[in-house]
Design a protein around this ligand. Structure first.
Ligand SMILES: Nc1ncnc2c1ncn2[C@@H]1O[C@H](COP(=O)(O)OP(=O)(O)O)[C@@H](O)[C@H]1O
Ligand SMILES: CC(=O)OP(=O)(O)O
Ligand SMILES: [Mg+2]
Length: 383
């Protein structure tokens, strides 16, 4: 038996999960085996009573409570792996330096991921640490799908490239979708919609990522809780030249004060839906903009894939908000995409199909499990 600790360090939070994995390995498409312990520490670095000072303090406190004897390895979520990392990596000084080099491409995420690795390394000397990258699953993108149409030399020099994110989620969810449909993953084309705080769409052809909505950074693509997603790049020049905003302020505006919070003042989809239900017009518009963006990506990826077997919703919003699932796919019946209202609204929580049985495209809800995917990839490296 192996015991694996998985750490997902966000900018102000720490999520951890400790797994016991039976000897002989497990099929990653299966539900996770024993979760020994799990938890979330929030408000790291915020100046309120009881809030941990930094990741080191949060992690040390969490680890003091965990049974870590006989620990096989620690798996870390690292958001940006650039083009350097196409697979999970056993952490050494060179890997740490490479992750640090990628900080400018993911300033919201990589510093916290790095802090988590450094703290775990010092608290657990001798235990192998493995970095599992959000970007790695998308390294199968073709040049046509990953190239931005800008001056080629400039792009090459500065690493301007579609990297894509949420790869561990798109990977496990696309495999579980195939399992739900009772078909080999190699034969199934899926559009996976990861709708959490961050949100991204992915076109998965036979288990391989062939298109994804996040790009150089996790800012592009879908409308998110606090991030704008796609916009005309000229908006940035306009805000800088005409409104006189410094670039750092525009960065903060687009990453932290846009998306749902920018449009309706709240980033939590539950609160947004409640406001919309009371007739709040800003909330209603934010909902429409959010859903419309998803629908546009579904259309684009359907065209790219040529044949579509399934559309799968996952993560906090995708798994729990029937109104978003129905809204995002409204009006697509001519494409063979139909959401059955009773199935969509049923109070179920496992992997399930929510389209009518005879539909050409299965619409599914599949819970994501990034931590379990990280645990299995980690064991793949150290086993
Ligand atoms: N019952 C629900 N209905 C609508 N939205 C929900 C519900 N439960 C959670 N959410 C949304 O899920 C979001 C968090 O998604 P999650 O995948 O947990 O995020 P993270 O990116 O932090 O992992 C919250 O912002 C919230 O809006
Ligand atoms: C990459 C990304 O957006 O991650 P998260 O959803 O955790 O913010
Ligand atoms: Mg998430």
């Amino acid at each position: 038996m192996s015991r694996v600790l998985v750490l997902n360090c966000g900018s102000s939070s720490l999520k951890y999960r400790l797994f016991d994995v039976p000897a002989g390995g497990v099929d990653p498409a299966d539900p996770a085996p024993v979760v020994v312990a799990s938890g979330t520490v929030e408000r790291i670095g915020e100046s309120e009573p009881g809030a941990p000072k930094d990741h080191a303090e949060a992690l040390a406190a969490a680890m003091a409570e965990l049974p870590l004897d006989g620990l096989t390895a620690v798996g870390h979520r690292v958001v940006h792996g650039g083009l350097t990392f196409t697979a999970p990596a056993l952490v050494d000084d060179a890997v740490l330096a490479a992750i640090a080099d990628l900080v400018p491409l993911a300033p919201l995420h990589n510093p916290a991921n790095l802090a988590g690795i450094q703290v775990a390394r010092s608290l657990l000397p001798g235990v192998p640490q493995v970095a599992v990258f959000d970007t790695a699953f998308h390294r199968t993108l073709s040049p046509a799908a990953s190239t931005y149409a800008i001056d080629a030399e400039t792009a090459e020099r500065y690493g301007i490239h579609r990297y894509g994110f949420h790869g561990t989620s798109h990977a496990i969810v696309s495999r579980r979708t195939a399992a739900l449909l009772g078909r080999p993953v190699e034969e199934v084309n899926t559009i996976t919609l990861h709708l959490g705080n961050g949100a991204s769409a992915c076109a998965v052809e036979g288990g391989r990522s062939v298109g994804t909505s996040m790009g150089l950074s996790p800012l592009e693509g879908l409308v998110m809780g606090t991030r704008s997603g796609d916009l005309d790049p000229a908006i940035i020049f306009h805000l800088h030249r005409v409104a006189g905003m410094p670039l750092d302020e525009i960065d903060e505006l687009l990453n932290r004060r846009s998306g749902l919070v920018g449009l309706a003042g709240v980033n939590d989809m539950r609160v947004l839906l409640a406001k919309r239900a009371t007739g709040d017009r800003a909330a209603a518009l934010a909902f429409e903009v959010y859903c419309r963006r998803i629908r546009s990506y579904v259309g684009a990826y359907y065209a790219d894939l040529g044949r579509l077997d399934a559309i799968t919703f996952t993560a906090g919003v995708g798994e729990n908000a029937p109104a978003v699932r129905a809204g995002a796919l409204a009006g697509l019946d001519r494409l063979g995409i139909v959401v059955d209202p009773a199935r969509n609204e049923a109070a179920e929580c496992g992997a399930r199909v929510i389209s009518p049985p005879e539909s050409p495209v299965a619409v599914c809800v599949v819970p994501t499990d990034e931590e379990w995917e990280i645990a299995t990839q980690t064991l793949g490296v150290v086993a």
